[in-house]
Design a protein around this ligand. Structure first.
Ligand SMILES: Nc1ncnc2c1ncn2[C@@H]1O[C@H](COP(=O)(O)OP(=O)(O)OP(=O)(O)O)[C@@H](O)[C@H]1O
Ligand SMILES: [Mg+2]
Length: 416
């Protein structure tokens, strides 16, 4: 596919921007950097009727769900991928049903003949019902006015309106359940962007109740049905039941078999992400000439390994370089400007900490050369190292020296 070669692409000699912000799917999944722990948890979570995935905006939830889809399909199971459309939480089950019916129509999900499912007819009805309800919600009109706007598009007659109104979330759920009972093979249902319900409902309590009710419905209807659901959730939901994670008694009222956090990337993973995107362009190992090491550490320190934020800063830095120099390298100075222009904050001391640890390996905050190199007091350095560890940018290990113990900090090696 041909795309516009923008000035920045021409300068860098790229055909496509390596750091455009795209959800990874299909062949783009070649760019997917491991997330081994999260993927392991997710795959094993499929023995539960319902699992939730949560994490900051733009941290990589959709891409990870796509990775899960691909792996699940490779194992021979069908997957129904649903994007919560963002117009109404009232249409959720009808949208789920429509997606399942489409997969049945495509021959991916198979049901037993004795169910006597009339796929085309059901699909037509549920799609019309979705359109009808959307029209009612958008215009606030019911009855013939909503029908009129719909019939213009679909040719629905007034006599059919009655049956449309009878097609509800309840009947949709009943049909999904029936399909689950008559399926030939288990299949997985993934609902991405369900966390958007929070913005639609625009009230944290109501959102919490919506998810709880949804979870109870799924758990109640599909327990042991061989149709696991995986959905995305807002951080606020996870925070709220933080003390009641699975295994704790109260958790059962929420019905989530697993809640899996998608977190920011470690420095080595972020490095790998950048390297892979550059390799895709030139087929060569070019990251060292693309970005100076100190500039990379500034990027890590400023964005904390958050991919969408890191890409925004990298795009800005690439434009700044193309404007100001002829050399195709992102320097520390240029990175600092890009960080500032993207509204990110950078603590230069963090860059010094990363540089020191990268050069010399694991150290504790009581090490005199470390203290001197970074230019912080021992207490300040200790606090800073702890913070970087909490944010996932540094690893920590306990070291026993004689009778005393101390924490040493280090940068996780790239799996390369
Ligand atoms: N494992 C990964 N390896 C490489 N790049 C990734 C990975 N996961 C996400 N990204 C990149 O990070 C960015 C955000 O990813 P994605 O859209 O999947 O996040 P999200 O959490 O679903 O975002 P939103 O909150 O907007 O729905 C994208 O540019 C994507 O290409
Ligand atoms: Mg997403």
């Amino acid at each position: 596919m041909k795309t516009i070669i923008t000035p920045v692409l021409r300068f860098w000699g790229f055909k496509r921007h390596p750091f455009d912000d795209r959800v990874l799917s299909n062949t783009d999944l070649d760019l997917f950097v491991d997330r081994k722990t999260e993927i392991r948890r997710l795959r094993n979570a499929l023995s539960n009727p319902l699992s939730g995935v949560f994490g900051a905006q733009g941290v990589g939830k959709s891409s990870m769900l796509n990775k899960l889809s691909t792996l699940t399909r490779k194992e021979g199971y069908a997957v129904v991928d649903i994007q919560m459309s963002g117009t109404s939480e009232n249409l959720l089950y009808r949208e789920v049903l429509a997606s399942i019916l489409r997969e049945i129509k495509a021959g991916k999900v198979q049901v037993l003949a004795r169910m006597k499912l009339k796929v085309d007819q059901e699909l037509g009805r549920v799609e019309n019902s979705i359109q009808y309800t959307s029209a009612v919600e958008a215009t606030g009109e019911t009855g013939w006015k909503a029908l009129l706007s719909l019939s213009l598009k679909t040719g629905i007659t007034q006599t059919e309106e009655h049956s449309l109104q009878k097609y509800t979330e309840k009947t949709a759920l009943a049909l999904i359940k029936k399909i689950a009972l008559h399926k030939k093979e288990p299949f997985v249902v993934i609902i991405d962007n369900l966390e958007r319900a929070k913005f639609l409902i625009n009230n944290e309590d109501a959102y919490f109740q919506f998810i709880t009710k949804f979870a109870q419905t799924i758990d109640g209807l599909f327990s042991g049905a061989g149709v696991p659901f995986v959905v995305t959730l807002d951080q606020s939901f996870a925070d709220r039941i933080d003390n009641h994670l699975p295994g704790v008694e109260e958790a059962y009222s929420f019905c989530f078999g697993q809640l899996i956090e998608v977190s920011v990337f470690s420095p080595s993973d972020l490095y790998e992400i950048i390297a892979r995107r550059l390799d895709c362009q030139n087929g060569a190992d070019m990251i060292d000439s693309f970005i100076k090491k100190d500039a990379f550490w500034a990027l890590v320190a400023a964005t904390g390994g958050h991919p969408r934020r890191a890409f925004a800063v990298l795009r800005e830095a690439m434009e700044l370089v193309s404007e100001k120099t002829t050399q195709k390298t992102i320097s520390l100075e240029c990175m600092c400007t890009a960080v500032e222009q993207c509204g990110e904050k950078l603590d230069q001391k963090d860059v010094l900490i990363f540089q020191f640890l990268e050069k010399t390996g694991a150290h504790s905050s009581s090490d005199q050369t470390f203290i001197k190199d970074v230019g912080l007091s021992r207490a300040q350095l200790h606090k800073r190292l702890l913070e970087l560890h909490k944010k996932g940018m540094l690893c920590v290990e306990e070291e026993v020296v004689g009778k005393s113990k101390r924490d040493t900090y280090f940068i996780k090696e790239s799996r390369g």
